[in-house]
Design a protein around this ligand. Structure first.
Ligand SMILES: Nc1ncnc2c1ncn2[C@@H]1O[C@H](COP(=O)(O)OP(=O)(O)OP(=O)(O)O)[C@@H](O)[C@H]1O
Length: 456
């Protein structure tokens, strides 16, 4: 790694065995090809070339130690020609690219990630951009309503770069799903993972931190984002304020609020242990621990500090499945889970809920297939073992105690007295269903958003 190559004009260049060797004003250094993001013509010295690379110890944010640095070379060596960047259409669509920095995502590094990584990337590619920083939990919702949605419904193409966790994506989806206006141009979203779980980004292969989001920005294709709809019985309420507040769920685009509410998601809907640990760990205190917060809350649920048994969640679960892909519409079957007590109940569109938490190994990101996963009451030790297997390449799905199926839809009728055990998680948001209430999850047919995905 060079000492300080940024913006310097290298004098000698040699390439061998995946390494670019350079020298400038008496300093020699080298750059591994694997750290190179791309190369662009040097705007100040033609026909020179500027190489953009990841300097892994150069960042300014606490957790963000990666910085995008540059080095100028007199011409492009043959070995580097594949790095020459062509500005993709989604970065030059006429309108400035919109950059959303979610300042409270994860451990609060999104602003530093923008300054150290994304801003130099966009500037060196001469991409016109506009930045929006969140001021509150409502910011992305408001921006989506006032700007992104009106553009999409009038057919204006737009690219939105999200420096956030799953929350930013879900906020945009929420606004678009509830819109009564038709979407004439689905926005293209680029994910720069800055959150805690980063389920969607991790599932799409962006598992080595925010820098992994640069490749799809440069070389990705927009793919429609599959989503699901959850209908909830009419007494359901959204939980706010670290579990203390309750607000009504806004009516959805097609919801008849007399009979149900509607929510939308792109990642996961859960009940039981998963929903409870997401709900319990969503406090300022827990958030400080990053993704460790999920494991900490899981321990408390499995080994309650009052010494009691971990909870058996009661309710009836009904799945709708198809016999095969070929006759999807023709052969829908309804099947009720024989057991009425559960510990872990989850339906997901994605393989990973965190970087290494492979909850649904058969899921292919953006395929639109929903997979259902369940296990019944277990000892805390056995539940921990199953969860640990999920961190070990998704091996839990091979265990006999785990039900793992592709489903078309899922219904849960809750049979719980206490509200605490009727908490449902829909893409990180927590909803309490009323006593005797129900939810129905199914595929959403509308295509509202696209995400940039790198090729294989
Ligand atoms: N300035 C702010 N003030 C208050 N809340 C904010 C602010 N900026 C963002 N938020 C909220 O912080 C939360 C961050 O969610 P996000 O999903 O991006 O990160 P995360 O929860 O750490 O990651 P993940 O969802 O991937 O686990 C969102 O609820 C968002 O609305």
């Amino acid at each position: 790694m060079p000492a300080e190559p940024t913006d310097r004009q290298a004098e000698i260049v040699a390439t061998e065995e995946g390494v670019l060797k350079w020298a400038c004003t008496g300093i020699e250094g080298q750059l591994n090809f694997e750290d190179i993001v791309c190369a662009v013509p040097n705007p100040e010295r033609r026909p020179g070339c500027r190489v953009l690379f990841l300097d892994k110890n150069g960042g300014t944010g606490e957790d963000s130690s990666i910085r995008l640095a540059t080095i100028n070379i007199p011409s492009i060596p043959v070995a580097l020609t594949s790095f020459l960047a062509e500005i993709p259409i989604h970065l030059r669509c006429g309108e400035p690219v919109q950059v959303v920095i979610s300042t409270r995502s994860g451990t609060g590094t999104a602003r530093a990630v923008f300054q150290d990584l994304l801003r130099p990337f966009l500037r060196n590619l001469s991409v016109d951009y506009r930045v929006y920083e969140t001021q509150s939990a409502q910011s992305i919702l408001e921006l989506s309503q006032s700007l992104f949605l009106s553009r999409a419904s009038t057919g204006v193409p737009q690219t939105i770069i999200l420096l956030s966790g799953d929350g930013g994506l879900i906020d945009i989806l929420d606004v678009f799903s509830k819109s009564k206006d038709a979407i004439r141009a689905a926005p293209t979203l680029a994910l720069i993972p800055c959150g805690t779980g980063n389920a969607m980004a991790s599932s799409m292969g962006l598992r080595s931190g925010p820098a992994s989001g640069l490749a799809p920005l440069l070389r990705g294709q927009p793919i429609p984002l599959p989503t699901f709809t959850v209908k909830l019985s009419p007494g359901s309420q959204m939980v706010t304020d670290e579990g203390k507040g309750r607000v009504s769920i806004e009516p959805g685009a097609e919801s008849d609020t007399a009979t149900h509410h509607t929510m939308y998601g792109a990642v996961v809907a859960s009940w039981g242990l998963h929903a409870a640990l997401v709900a319990d760990s969503d406090t300022t205190d827990y958030r400080r621990f990053g993704s460790e917060r999920f494991k900490m809350a899981a321990k408390e649920l499995l080994y309650p500090s009052d010494g009691s048994e971990s909870h058996r969640f009661r309710g009836q679960i009904t799945m709708t499945t198809t016999a095969s892909d070929d006759d999807a519409d023709l052969d829908l079957r309804s099947e009720t889970v024989a057991e009425n007590e559960h510990m872990y109940v989850l339906a997901t569109l994605v393989p990973r809920l965190e970087k290494d938490f492979l909850i649904s190994p058969d899921s292919v990101p953006l395929s639109g297939k929903i997979r259902f996963l369940r296990f019944g009451p277990q000892s805390p030790e056995e539940a921990m073992r199953l969860m640990t297997l999920a961190y070990q390449g998704g091996q839990h799905v091979r265990e006999e105690s785990v039900t793992y199926r592709e489903v078309e839809s899922l219904r849960i009728d809750f049979q719980e007295e206490l509200e605490r055990w009727r908490r449902v998680c829909i893409d990180g948001k927590i909803v309490v269903v009323e006593k005797g209430g129900w939810i129905v999850l199914s595929k959403e047919p509308r295509q509202l958003l696209c995400v940039l995905q790198s090729g294989p």
